[in-house]
Design a protein around this ligand. Structure first.
Ligand code: SF4
Length: 333
């Protein structure tokens, strides 16, 4: 397949010219601006005329680049989806066989790969559809190895102590990957916990992590779960001492657990407030949530070989060259 730098988006995209996203905050949004201000601008402002009226780039192309997904991220998202759906079935009183979960995951991956490749070969993509970065840019993608990786992760999930405990628990599954909104500094904040379980009067928040190397991202994973605890405290008036958080490291079959303290809640609320203030300082018109590209420089000392830029789809805009493939995936056994 040929390498491409742009592609036609199907459907009516004239709405992009006037569409305006309201300002909101999420853990992911905070991470994006921390990593690269230019990426943040491309993802949340540049595609929309109502947010970036002076942007001269091809809005449809920028929107498409911001929605591309990497192969590893796609596999991880499918594991999350099957965890959600199988626990949803358990909440409804039906228990999935392990084989049902594994087969559903495989079918989902194969369908997504097929649709993504088809769309890219035809050069017409639907922004609502999952498109693989590798397909978009014409990189090689070995489906068999991806399926192996998925099988490995699914087996690890189904055997993971936290997953098995939730399946066996007679507690109440309150949330399964469902969006909740609350307010910090008068701004809408989104919380999407993978699992919220109430058992014996306590609340248990679980986040599945499918990446092999959590190490350097541990602080962020803790912050993310503490943010969901903040949602419980602020919106549901739950006392922090009643909340347990757990990072379930799927590949390691292990977990990190902690009991939330009031200090954790204060810290995560303070960090979210600072992040919101930084974002709002970069706006040219806060009431309209509008800004300009010049307020969002690229990463400092960036070059095409920069490790973050290397896998960023916007590299084609910043450097005129496609990102590197996140292939090959390492199979951890
Ligand atoms: S390529 Fe690098 S500088 Fe450009 S948006 Fe991506 S991370 Fe930022």
């Amino acid at each position: 397949m040929e390498s491409r730098t742009s592609m036609q988006i199907t459907g009516n995209i004239h709405w992009l010219v006037t569409y305006r996203l309201p300002f909101s905050w999420s853990f992911t949004r905070g991470q994006v601006i921390r990593q690269c201000r230019r990426r943040y601008y491309y993802k949340y402002y540049a595609p929309y005329g109502g947010n970036a009226p002076d942007e001269e780039g091809d809005r449809a192309h920028i929107l498409a680049l911001g929605r591309l997904t990497g192969a590893a991220a796609l596999v991880g998202s499918i594991v999350h989806r099957i965890a959600r759906d199988s626990l949803h079935a358990r909440r409804s009183g039906r228990m999935w066989e392990s084989a049902t979960s594994s087969t559903a995951a495989r079918v989902l991956l194969q369908q997504t790969l097929h649709r993504s490749e088809n769309a890219c070969q035809k050069g017409r993509i639907n922004p609502k559809q999952s498109i693989l970065q590798d397909h978009y840019f014409g990189h090689r993608l070995d489906e068999a190895t991806l399926l192996n990786r998925l099988d490995f992760l699914m087996h690890a999930l189904l055997e993971h102590p936290a997953y098995r405990q939730v399946l066996a628990s007679d507690g109440e599954l309150l949330l399964l990957d469902e969006v909740r909104r609350f307010t910090v500094a008068d701004v809408t904040v989104f919380a999407v916990p993978d699992v919220l379980l109430r058992e014996s009067g306590r609340y248990r928040l679980i986040d599945w992590k499918t990446s092999s190397a959590l190490g350097s991202h541990l602080d962020q994973a803790i912050e993310q779960l503490n943010l969901y605890a903040l949602y419980l405290v602020r919106s549901e008036a739950v006392s922090p001492e009643l909340i347990n958080c757990e990072i379930a490291e799927v590949t390691a079959g292990a977990g990190r657990r902690w009991r939330v303290q009031t200090a954790d809640i204060e810290k995560v609320e303070g960090d979210a407030t600072s992040s919101i203030a930084e974002m709002q300082r970069s706006l040219t018109d806060a009431a309209r949530n509008q800004t300009i590209r010049a307020n969002f420089p690229r990463r400092m000392e960036t070059a095409p070989g920069d490790s973050v830029c290397a896998h960023c789809a916007f590299r084609v805009l910043c450097f005129g060259i496609p990102p590197e493939s996140d292939w090959p995936l390492t199979l951890i056994t």
